[in-house]
Ligand binder design. Sequence first.
Ligand code: ZN
Ligand code: ZN
Length: 251
Amino acid sequence: MLIVAKRLQSIFHAGLNMLLPPRCPSCRVRIEENGHICAECWATLSLIADPKCKVCGLPFTHEQEDLTCGACLAAPPSYDRAIAPVLYEDKGRDLVLGLKHGRLFSAALAMARLMAGHLSRSLTEEKNCLLVPVPLHPTRLIARRFNQSQLVAEALSDQMNLPMNALALRRKRATPSQGGFKKAGRLKNVSGAFEVAEQHQPAIEDKTILLVDDVLTTGATASACAVALKKAGAGKIIVAAFARVGGPLSG
Ligand SMILES: [Zn+2]
Ligand SMILES: [Zn+2]
């Protein structure tokens, strides 16, 4: 029965590929299979490599003894660690914007593939992991019709074979877009904006939460989510973002 279902699925995908040939979600050139990016776009992604801050994930320009950046030492975020494969620039930014504003849904799969590789290498010690996407407020969800972070989390759940709970964390008040604020303003804007509904607390308790977001900017939203998740009994919060805003730190 399973073999028949798989055969039907591959016939369906072959038919779909003929009707809608797979294209690179960044530059739209034809590619072999959906959920990937073309070799040219891949080559121009700004991949984040070591050394980097062991808390917020920003890369350093050179090796150094203390792998915690000045900002994380001065004001440690409420999450435990953030992991992102690329910097938010060039092709990385194209993928994020293509998904969010261009509805290029195959970008979510391509982003999740890149994230899965980084996360698997970084999370070898972690047990009881649960994927939780950063939620949108219901009014924004109705306007956009989808939550890009949830699409990425769903693809990650398939890639990494990890459970996902998209209902546990919710935005209890709508907040103005973070784009118009500097770091302190962003923190204030989203402070107390998230909560875990009581009926979902058992699903969160003692779990290592992989908080999925498309972009990590100042970390204000991730920190506000982390506060709510920890209040609900989560063990550890690891921010799993696709792209990280900010250039390399000189140490
Ligand atoms: Zn491309
Ligand atoms: Zn840092």
